[in-house]
Design a protein around this ligand. Structure first.
Ligand code: PLP
Length: 406
């Protein structure tokens, strides 16, 4: 009986893996977007096939299952008792906020239930009575926040840099001139937004020199600046520019708690005290004041500690891995210009992706994502590669490629 159940569970895992990793018939992901909402929902049902932690090349983070998440929380609270928060006050939330204020070099930090809310509240408060906010055309704020700025906060988002991973100072000047010269009934521009790393551009980090120029110009002209830094730690890990150096160019900075800090959700917004002190009221108005969030804040706090050192290791180990994989015939992994943790993986015609992915999953609990319409797999590096000896991961790939070859 238990053997049968075991077999059924294995089969379920296999099916959800196939769905989640796009090796079945669900629509292909967009090349520059990463996983779509639908495929992401499928992917989050992927389960480890063994007790050994999965090594995943799909997500920014560890992609814990509920069981693994609970185990981790127990481990964390055994090390140091998790203190509960109360409507966003005290407990592990306070510790998290203090840590983020320190890391970003800002006066204060505040917890919000989502990054979407952090972005929207930030631009609303920064903008004051001004109506216009300049945003990257490919940004989460412009493309993925359900027109919240227009429909909830009466702000008009003006997109810039269409088709580019990020915009330049000249693009910004042109856009400002265009709106100044072409609009008869003028309304003010209050805020300029930058997103970095850019989710819709495979995690490209906006060069700090470009941010610096734009920031100086905005300061000179009285425009506020907001950074959607959902994955800002990844930018820091790959460019060597510190979080506080990035943050110094902005009035407010949002950082995600779940992209790579492994919480189930949540966001932090940092800025000066005058600004951050207004946020809790805005969150309440929007219905976002949650009774307790310690399960997210304690997890994020845990992974925040030692992040820099761990990612130094991740980089060394992943360089080794990529080097070794590139020596296998039929495998090519290339970095992306100004990229962070996402690489382009392409397979020679003789290597079958589906066979390789299934082999890696079933035999080694290694997860590989689907190919886009150009045949490229967005090969994503995260901390999960530290959970095993790198030589065992390389050996698994060697065997997998051998099996997947024609
Ligand atoms: C760049 C960026 N900003 C903001 C968000 C929104 O975060 P949340 O899902 O917490 O609303 C995301 C989420 O995917 C994102 O990738």
């Amino acid at each position: 009986m238990s053997k049968k159940l075991n077999q059924m569970e294995k089969e379920n895992n296999r099916r959800s893996f196939l769905k989640g990793c796009g090796l079945a018939t669900i629509p292909l992901i967009l090349p520059t977007v990463g996983l779509t909402a639908t495929s992401l929902a499928n992917a989050s049902t992927v389960r480890s096939v063994s007790k050994e932690q999965a090594v995943n090349f799909i997500f920014d983070g560890l992609a814990f299952s509920p069981d693994e998440y609970l185990d981790k929380l127990i481990e964390i609270t055994k090390q140091s008792t998790i203190e509960p928060d109360f409507y966003g006050q005290e407990g592990s939330i306070r510790l998290l906020e203090e840590n983020f204020a320190k890391i970003t070099g800002k006066e204060k930090a505040v917890y919000l239930p989502t990054g979407t809310m952090a972005n929207q509240v930030a631009i609303k408060l920064l903008n004051g009575m001004n109506t216009k906010v300049i945003v990257p055309e490919n940004s989460h704020i412009f493309r993925d926040e359900a027109d919240a700025a227009q429909s909830v906060h009466s702000k008009r988002l003006v997109p810039i840099g269409k088709g580019e991973p990020y915009f330049s100072l000249n693009d910004l000047k042109d856009k400002i001139n265009y709106t100044n010269e072409s609009e008869v009934f003028k309304s003010g521009l209050g805020t300029v937004v930058i997103e970095s790393p850019v989710r819709r551009a495979d995690g490209v980090a906006v060069p700090v020199e470009s941010i610096k120029e734009i920031s100086a110009y905005c300061k000179q002209h009285g425009y506020k600046m907001h950074l959607d830094g959902a994955r800002l730690h990844l930018a820091a890990a790959y460019t060597g520019v510190s979080i506080s150096a990035y943050a110094s160019y902005f009035d407010t900075v949002y950082i995600s708690l779940y992209k790579y800090l492994n919480a189930t959700g949540g966001a932090i917004l940092c800025g000066d005290a005058k600004m951050i002190d207004q946020v809790a009221h805005q969150v309440k108005i929007l219905g976002g004041t949650v009774y307790q969030n310690w399960s997210s804040s304690a997890m994020a706090l845990h992974y925040l500690k030692g992040f820099k050192e761990r990612w130094k290791k991740v980089r060394t180990v992943s360089d080794k891995l990529i080097n070794a994989l590139n020596k296998l015939e039929g495998i090519q992994i290339k970095s992306i210009k100004n990229g962070t943790n996402i690489y382009d993986l392409s397979l020679g015609k003789e290597v079958n992706l589906k066979t390789l992915a299934i082999y890696l999953y079933e035999n080694h609990n290694i997860w590989l994502g689907r190919a886009n319409d150009k045949g490229i797999v967005k090969f994503t590096i995260n901390e999960s590669i530290l959970s095993r000896d790198i030589h065992t991961i390389i050996a698994a790939w060697e065997a997998g490629v051998q099996k997947a070859r024609g």
